[in-house]
Ligand binder design. Structure first.
Ligand code: AMP
Length: 185
């Protein structure tokens, strides 16, 4: 089972990704986590990634595609994955033809996302240095500019399922599971 989770920051992708991973026994992978790990390294690449992330900008497509492909070639992802945060641009989506089963769009308004992120703390915030208000606003802006066309890409390929992300965690999880069951019939 290969699932993509798409949505603005604060939409609940990682929460839902982890729940789905447990339920479906498929590993969860987030490009944001991958890049945050690289950003901790005291290397030129680490410093480069950290600077881009802290400003809220996207890592260039070529680098992102290379890193994601390296990860997905690992044996643990052979049978499937729940992928959070990728693809984020149309170019990434077009280059990444990996036989995905479903792309779930967790839809929340910008206002709701900003509200949630302002109160995100502790484990949820994941010790993130890149969550300044300025960076969050930039990410939301880039979502509309670059990631909305990704939604159209998957809609066109009949893979897109939109879920109202402003419901309870449990309700969202149940809806996703229902859709997976329905599509599997
Ligand atoms: P996230 O945790 O998904 O909000 O990602 C945090 C940051 O990692 C983003 O603001 C980007 O700088 C970078 N990033 C994550 N995924 C991607 C991607 N698919 N393409 C480009 N940059 C990404």
């Amino acid at each position: 089972m290969k699932i993509l989770l798409i949505g603005i920051q604060g939409a609940g992708k990682s929460t839902q990704g982890k729940l789905l991973s447990e339920k479906l026994h498929v590993p969860y992978l987030s490009t944001g986590h991958i890049f945050r790990d690289i950003a901790k390294e005291h290397t030129p690449l680490g410093r480069y990634i950290k600077e881009i992330m802290n400003s809220g900008f996207l890592i260039p497509d070529s680098k992102t595609l290379k890193i994601v492909s390296e990860y997905l070639h690992r044996p643990e992802y052979e049978k499937g994955y729940i992928l959070d945060g990728f693809p984020r641009t149309l170019h990434q989506a077009e280059e990444f033809e990996n036989g995905i089963d479903h792309a779930f769009y967790l839809e929340v308004s910008d206002k709701e996302a900003l509200w949630r992120l302002s109160y995100r703390e502790g484990e949820e915030a994941d010790g993130r240095e890149d969550e300044t208000l300025k960076a969050i606003r930039k990410r939301i802006e880039l979502f509309h500019e670059h990631t909305k066309p990704v939604l159209e890409h998957y809609r066109h390929h009949r893979k897109l399922i939109t879920i109202n992300g402003e419901q309870t965690i449990e309700k969202i999880h149940n809806e996703i599971m229902e859709k997976i069951k329905q599509e599997g019939k």
